[in-house]
Design a protein around this ligand. Sequence first.
Ligand SMILES: Cc1cc2nc3c(=O)[nH]c(=O)nc-3n(C[C@H](O)[C@H](O)[C@H](O)COP(=O)(O)O)c2cc1C
Length: 183
Amino acid sequence: MDNMIQLDVNRFHRAIVRPVVVVTTLSRDGIPNAAPFSFCTPISFDPPVFSIACQPGHDTWRNIRETGEFVINLPGEDMGGAISVLGRKFPPDVDEIKEAGLTETQSKMVSPPRILEAYGWYECRMVKNFELGDHIFIAGKVLIAEIRAEAIDEVLKLDVARPLCHIEKRFFTVPEKMVRFDD
Ligand SMILES: Cc1cc2nc3c(=O)[nH]c(=O)nc-3n(C[C@H](O)[C@H](O)[C@H](O)COP(=O)(O)O)c2cc1C
């Protein structure tokens, strides 16, 4: 095949669509932090485990290393503007959730807050971490998973949740079409 181009391997991720999550954590001093992640995926059903890959300099990693807890907030398209704000670097003593105009609400099983505007929440406790390339792989056991009732039927309702997905940099997408392949 002649009509293909070679991707810069350090930007290979721009050829794949990935969900965006917002990870909320608490510093040792109790200051909430929130940051968007798209290097993220579920990796085990039982026990339920969700993983993210975090650059070592991020406040998110410092907070998870110190407290072991984090919340995976699932954002819809309506949180897109706030996600651009959360992607900026803030000093560690700034409450980024307030800066982004989002609302904190109490979690049920961990100390870091949930973001009220999300359509779903996974509260996690770290079970493993290791350095992998230029990121830290962080796996958390999902202690409780909740979703807005109107956003789920047998599976996620795309038209209600409008889950935000990332391609690269400022390029995002929202899946609109459900495709089902029967046996
Ligand atoms: C859509 C989006 C996805 C991102 N995904 C990741 C990621 O998977 N891993 C990562 O380390 N940083 C990722 N970032 C960058 C961090 O969110 C950003 O550097 C943030 O300021 C880190 O905040 P913190 O220092 O408060 O943890 C992403 C940014 C955006 C906007």
